[in-house]
Ligand binder design. Structure first.
Ligand SMILES: [Zn+2]
Length: 446
């Protein structure tokens, strides 16, 4: 069986391997040869070999697949829900009226269909890897397998975990802990995927304000036993700190630190209410802080100090969708609102490239590159490019130019998983029925 030869692509590479030090993305007109799940050769005028599939791109743009550093596939069927009957004034209202009823209403089938809907949305936005943070409190056991199944059917990669919480009592807490450990152990015993890992896992937890001290200790136990980091919401507004104060606990980050949970490879999402010292603590402990700009705006939790985010930072959608171009540009615009900065072009580039650095750390694979040896996860745009894409302009294209409707095809591990006009992998009638059932179970629709 032959490989895949892409001729005459205008290739955007975020991490060209011949450049040492800080990433300096590069755009060049070059051919790419894929074999198996990887790029195996890159250069001008590559010759086709027997059995190769050859695609002449005629200057069309090729770039690495997008990565979502913090998402919630379980939220996919909440899109389009009726407006709330009562005003949701606070972040706590949003949790208690929307997300917690939703995660209790998800049954096994809804977990799977929600992940299918989200994954289909993701691939159409060129997103090929999702760091998912899952909750379905009435259907915990096996839920990560259902998400894995949905992502596999659509053809995407995932880093999965279950959000441990104490809000369902000790019995339910233990089931959520077990789901994380079971899934991590499964990945160790039977890694999913072939040459390039298809899935990784982290130890999930909701947020420190729904976690007792004993639970933090148990989470640390799983992290240590499985050699995995934590994936948790941190300081998503002031609620985290306020609840800690009311409970007589130390500040959220300090509690996590005291329990050994601020560790390399851990992902903290939001970081709206963090001090400069907190940022330093994250930095010193090799943890990742993920900015979720649109979600912060939507939930009214405040404005994250992204200019002070640690070196290991990235960008996530927090379940709104998996449109990473939309997420980055909204965060950039928000940074400029009311006066230029604090994010700026350099900050936007840092967040964007951070997602690939995170994926490299967690998967041990050179994501974000399209050089020989890199996983063949990439997007091909259609043949309409209205302004030149060059090494000097790549970031402006991310911020202002690329849109999901420009995508012609998406490949993961060298296999085409999406092409413009492709039929959805699940019928919309089935999704709509699941969504309506979900909304009824939540009490949002009669
Ligand atoms: Zn989240």
């Amino acid at each position: 069986m032959g490989g895949l030869l892409l001729k005459n692509g205008n290739v955007l590479d975020y991490f060209p391997s011949d450049l040492a030090g800080a990433p300096r993305p590069l755009v060049e007109r070059v051919d790419l040869r894929m074999d198996g799940e990887r790029v195996v050769e890159r250069g001008p005028s590559l010759e086709a070999r027997a059995g190769d599939e050859v695609i002449d791109l005629k200057g069309r743009t090729v770039m690495p697949g997008n990565i979502n550093a913090h998402g919630h596939l379980y939220a996919s069927l909440a899109a389009g829900m009726p407006a709330p009957r009562v005003p949701l004034s606070t972040f706590t209202d949003i949790l208690t009226e929307v997300w917690w009823p939703l995660d209790r209403a998800l049954d096994a089938e809804a977990v799977y269909l929600s992940a299918m809907a989200g994954a289909w949305g993701a691939v159409r936005c060129g997103t090929t890897l999702i760091f998912d943070h899952h909750a379905s409190l009435s259907s915990v056991g096996g839920s990560l397998d259902r998400i894995e199944q949905a992502l596999t059917e659509v053809g995407l990669r995932g880093c999965l975990c279950y959000e441990v919480t104490d809000r369902g009592g000790k019995g339910q807490r233990d089931i959520t802990l077990e789901e994380n450990e079971r899934y991590l152990q499964k990945l160790r015993d039977k890694p999913a995927g072939g040459d390039v890992p298809r899935f990784r896992g982290l130890v999930g937890a909701h947020a420190s304000f729904t976690l007792e001290d004993r639970t933090l200790q148990l989470l640390e136990g799983i992290c240590s036993r499985q050699g995995a980091g934590l994936h948790i919401h941190l300081a998503e507004g002031t609620t985290d700190r306020e609840v800690s104060r009311d409970r007589g606990w130390r500040d959220p980050l300090q509690r996590l630190l005291d329990n050994g949970l601020v560790r390399p490879g851990s992902i903290f999402a939001h970081g709206v209410d963090l001090s400069p010292l907190d940022m330093q603590t994250l930095e010193e402990n090799g943890a990742w802080l993920i900015h979720c700009g649109r979600s912060n705006m939507n939930n009214g939790v405040g404005r994250a100090p992204v200019d002070r985010f640690p070196a290991r930072s990235g960008v996530g959608t927090d379940g709104l969708d998996d449109n990473m171009w939309g997420e980055l540009r909204t965060t950039f615009f928000r940074g400029n609102e009311g006066g230029r900065g604090p994010l700026g072009h350099a900050g936007a580039a840092r967040l964007w490239l951070g997602n690939y650095r995170l994926a490299r750390e967690i998967f041990g694979e050179p994501f974000g590159s399209l050089d020989a040896g890199a996983p063949a996860d990439f997007i091909i745009l259609n043949n309409f490019q209205k302004t030149p894409l060059t090494t000097d302009t790549w970031l402006s294209h991310l911020l202002f130019d690329f849109h999901p409707w420009d995508i012609d095809a998406v490949y993961v591990g060298g296999a085409r998983v999406y092409a413009a006009g492709m039929k959805p992998p699940v019928e919309s009638a089935r999704l709509q029925a699941a969504a309506a059932k979900l909304w009824r179970a939540m009490g949002w629709q009669s």
